[in-house]
Design a protein around this ligand. Sequence first.
Ligand code: GLP
Length: 242
Amino acid sequence: MIKVVVCNDYEEVSDKAAEIMLNLVKNKPNAVLGLATGSSPIGLYQRMIKDHQENGTSYKDITTFNLDEYVGLPLSHPESYYSFMHRNLFDHIDVEEKNIHIPSSQGSDLQANCDAYNAALSEYQLDIQVLGIGSDGHIGFNEPNTPFDSVTHITDLKESTIRDNARFFDNDISKVPTKAITMGISNVLSAKKIILIATSEHKAQAIYDTVRGEKNIACPASALQDHPDTVIIVDKAAAKLL
Ligand code: GLP
């Protein structure tokens, strides 16, 4: 069952997401967090950092798994998801580097990297998975037509995703990577709790297809309809078609 929470704006959306996340981290100091990149979770991460600084909530026993990473960018590239996560969260809390997992797109044997990530994931139970959503309904980088039983894999990014993400690459489509390594949909669904954050009218159709549409691989996020504990936190614009 998907629960939808409609908020007035991005600040309220981030407050709601942080309430759920901080409730988990404070009650389970060794929780396993599935994390996401993109602009949607930045407000959540800011609130986690503020709470860590002001209330001392510790992440030293927390384990994290990120959803995805671009193929073709060095880790040091400012738009690699490795850089994004360190800049926006990890550098500002006391999570241990050894407990951070981000799919690796480095080296020549990418299938081996996928296998290693699946093996690492199989040793843990994700307590929560944070998601954004692509305007085409993708979660992580599981683009339309990805099977719901997929695990970590290499994927080609859709044209619309490349266009959407060009804003992080000087609005130059030719600079956006065309491939990524991503957790599969079944990895995402294995999380005990899922929170999906979406704001702006640009996401309204994808949110409609996820919540009210038929469950179908054409909208990867519609797989969440099968999940027992998913909360979609949206602003009014993203909820416009519901
Ligand atoms: C990227 C990420 C997704 C994210 C999506 C939406 O494609 N791989 O995990 O959900 O962007 O990003 P934003 O939150 O910036 O709209």
